[in-house]
Structures are given as C-alpha cells and as structure tokens.
Design a protein around this ligand. Structure first.
Ligand code: ADP
Ligand code: MG
Length: 356
C-alpha cells in the first residue's frame, strides 16, 4: 500500500444551487492502514472519496500517493481499486467474466488473467471451482459483494476505496464481511479507505478513523481515542450514546444541584472560567456505587428502566438540565425501581468538558 495525503481539499458543487461539500480537508493516511471516513449522510464522504479516486477534481487542494502529487491524474492512472455503491457488477455475466473484465481491458494475456482471477476468488473465499461460472444474479448479496471485492483487488491496487459497500446487507452478513475485509487488508497490505455513516462499522473495522460533519473534518484518531476523548459535542454524540448536560460555570466552578465541580481538574485552561460549559459522559461510565470524596455524585430519580440482557439502561431525571442515562450491569441494577431517588457516581476522569 501507499500513504494517501489530502492537503486542504475544498469542493463546492454549483449545479443545483451551491453546496459546499468539503471545506479545506486535511488527511494523512498511512501506508497499509485501514482508515475509515465516518459521518452522517450529506457530510461530504463520497465527494472526498471520489476526489481521492480521481473521479472528481477538487476546487482547491492537492492529493498525494506517497510523495507523488496525483491531483491532476485521472482515475485510471491511479493505483486504486474501488467498491462503490454505484459501480455495479454485470448481473447476467459470470463471476469469472466480472472479475477478469478489467484485466482483459488492461491487455492481460488469457492464462495470466485466469491465474489471477483464481487467486483473488480464493482471497475473498469464493472457491474458483464452485463460483467462477455462476452468474452474479444467482448469488446472495454477501457473495456479490465478495465478487465486487475480488474485482477491485484483481489488479493488485495500492489503495482500495470502499463507499458504504455493505450498507444494503443484513446485520449478520455485514459483520461477517467486515471481518473478511480486515483479514483481506492484513493479507494484501493494501491501504484501505472505507466510507460509512455507521459508527459501529467504523469502530469495529478501523485502525484509525476520521469523523466529518458538514464538509469539515472534526477529529482523526483510533476508534478508542475518538470514542473516549471526542473533540467536540458532535463527535461525542455521533459515536454512541452521550450524556451532555449544560451548566453555568463561575470562577472555574460549575455547580449542578449543589454538587460543585472544579473545572480546572479537567483542563488547566478552565481555571477561573465564566460561562456555559457542557459536561459530557457516557452512560456506561455512570456507576451505581462509589466514593463520594473522590467521585462526582449524581442524585436523580429513575424514570425508566430497560432490560438489555447483560446490561440494563436506566433513564434518570433531576440532575442537571436534561435527563441522562446510565448503562449498568443487569446483576447490579436488580434492586433499582422506577420512581426511586438514587445516587450514582462518576469518575472525574470519565467526564469531558466542552466549551463550544
Ligand atoms: P455523503 O457521501 O457524506 O452522503 P456527498 O459527498 O455525497 O455526502 O455530498 C455532500 C454534499 O454535496 C451534500 O449536500 C450533497 O447533496 C451535495 N452533492 C453531492 N453531489 C452533488 C452533485 N453532483 N451536485 C450537487 N450537489 C451535490
Ligand atoms: Mg455517500
């Protein structure tokens, strides 16, 4: 694989009114990395991927593969493979024809092409003898995606670009293909850039991911970094369940229902801070027992309790300006009843403060 560097790429569409799809996006994707671009529909993911592919020209900015500036190179001159939503297979042709198509166009001799088709079909776990001569229309959705992957890998690309390739498949098949994709990436060493709006997919799959919103890059990091230390309110709520409570701070101290929280514990810049802050914490960080001398104590009324198997979701009200949630081990939450006033606890280290 090669590294992919995106330098201050901007794009505005001018056909139906004007839409600014990308605002000065910078990315540094390492060679052989499995990198996801994550964000809600319309945030610019496909636009960015098409620019990396060479299917679309940016208004400003450059794209580099290793040290080579490829900004002005068309897609067919870039060492890429693609699995895009709109890059469909030929349903009436065989698996063999679909995978060998690009090789024939590139002028590969027949026997070399056949060897390669065999190799890539084995790679995506579709044994040649069983599948090569089936028609695409005779395959399941998951098998079709494997063919699309085999076709994209046939010419041994340095970068594989995938745009929500599994979004139309059932959950179980999707999980299976995501595992397969990870294995493929390790086996081939190809740099993989995977676009998705699904935070679970991105977290399961990625070495690192970039979160985008409204054409602006919000944060880049490992799934764990981005989940536990989100850069802002958007990232916090997009990557899983988030409790966000707005509080007025005075002289660096925020007070919620009599509980004083010294903001300088979270960040030295917040000492003496006056104004609104947002307290962010994940439901699973709310503890049912704790040490009040060391932990933030939340006193609230249970208004809802949902059994989720190993965990139970508890919705609470009366601490802070909005309801918040706790996610507790079911065994520990048996005794908690709806309507009851309870005390729960937070480690200060599991709380993050946003100042907007
Ligand atoms: P995503 O893949 O994250 O859903 P897109 O890159 O497809 O986002 O789109 C980003 C923004 O650009 C959206 O507001 C979309 O409506 C707009 N857009 C995308 N393609 C075009 C186009 N060809 N002409 C005009 N606007 C477009
Ligand atoms: Mg898209």
């Amino acid at each position: 694989g090669v590294s992919v560097r995106v330098e201050d790429v901007s794009k505005t569409y001018k056909d139906r009114g004007t839409t600014t799809a990308l605002k000065s996006v910078k990315l540094d994707i390492r060679a052989g990395e499995l990198f996801s671009i994550l964000g809600p529909s319309g945030c610019g993911k496909t636009t960015l991927l098409r620019i990396i592919a060479g299917l679309l020209k940016p208004d400003a900015g450059r794209v580099f593969f290793d040290e080579l500036d490829v900004t002005d190179k068309p897609a067919y001159e870039r060492p890429i493979g693609m699995v895009f939503q709109d890059l469909a297979l030929f349903p009436h042709l065989t698996v063999y024809k679909n995978v060998s198509f690009g090789l024939e166009i590139a002028g590969w001799p027949k026997d070399k092409a056949e060897r390669r088709v065999k190799e890539v079909l084995e790679l995506v776990r579709l044994p040649f003898d069983v599948f090569a001569h089936r028609r695409i229309s005779q395959l399941s959705g998951g098998q079709q995606q494997r063919v699309a992957l085999a076709r994209a890998l046939a010419r041994d690309p340095s970068v594989l670009l995938l745009d929500e390739p599994f979004s139309h498949l059932d959950y179980k098949i999707r999980i299976e293909l995501i595992r397969e994709l990870k294995r493929l990436q390790r086996e081939t060493g190809v740099t993989m850039i995977y676009v998705t709006h699904d935070q679970n997919e991105a977290m399961m799959l990625s070495d690192r991911l970039a979160v985008m919103y409204e054409g602006v890059l919000q944060q880049v990091g490992s799934p764990l970094e981005v989940y536990t230390r989100p850069a802002n309110e958007f990232v916090a709520s997009f990557l899983g369940e988030a409790n966000i409570i707005s509080v007025e701070a005075r002289g660096g101290v925020a007070e919620v229902k009599g509980v004083k929280i010294d903001l300088s514990l979270f960040s030295p810049e917040l000492s003496g801070y006056d104004g609104r802050v947002l307290l962010f914490f994940r439901p699973e960080d709310v503890k049912l027992s704790g040490d009040p001398s060391r932990m933030i104590q939340l006193e609230a009324v249970v208004i809802e309790k949902t059994f989720l198997g190993p965990l139970t979701k508890i919705v609470l009200d009366g601490w802070g300006d909005v309801k918040f949630e706790a996610l507790a081990p079911t065994r520990e939450s048996w005794g908690i009843e709806v309507g009851e006033r309870v005390r729960m606890y937070l480690e200060p280290s599991s709380v993050k403060i946003f100042t907007r």
